[in-house]
Design a protein around this ligand. Sequence first.
Ligand SMILES: Cc1cc2nc3c(=O)[nH]c(=O)nc-3n(C[C@H](O)[C@H](O)[C@H](O)COP(=O)(O)O)c2cc1C
Length: 156
Amino acid sequence: MLGHLPTGVVVVTGVDALGEPAGITIGSFVSVSLDPPLVGFFPGQASRSWAHIAQGNGFCANVLTDNQSELCWRFAQEPEGGLATRFDGVKWTKSSSGMPILDGALAVIECSVESVTPAGDHHFVLGRVQQLSTNVASHEAMVFYRGKVSGVSSHE
Ligand SMILES: Cc1cc2nc3c(=O)[nH]c(=O)nc-3n(C[C@H](O)[C@H](O)[C@H](O)COP(=O)(O)O)c2cc1C
């Protein structure tokens, strides 16, 4: 049913205790509070990538554009070479706090983890925004709707 509700798409990235990058495609990213600045998302309890990201100090939400479908599916599926190869061939840079920023992301929201709460078979991860950047020259935002990704078009 909820496939009928369109969402934006972010790749939540971070680093594990060994400093290795990890990332997961997330449609449940949500704005929670302006003051203080809080955001959140719901990773599955079975998510191995979230287990890695949770070992670090925070996470980075990379908002995808409509021409980044390859990244959307890459971070939602297990690569043939296993999870450790997920970043192979992906262009990214490290933020000042060491978080992976994906090239071409429409917006990048770096957060510290405020709390992690069990929510059924998922967790609710509440993050406090530490840094924000946007890429105005970038494409339109990606939208996920009924199992497919597309873009948004703006109307006057
Ligand atoms: C558009 C899209 C949105 C998704 N949103 C979520 C989400 O909000 N929470 C979640 O747990 N998984 C979500 N997924 C599924 C995860 O990306 C997928 O289960 C991923 O393989 C988990 O990998 P992991 O085991 O490496 O962590 C989404 C997938 C797609 C394609």
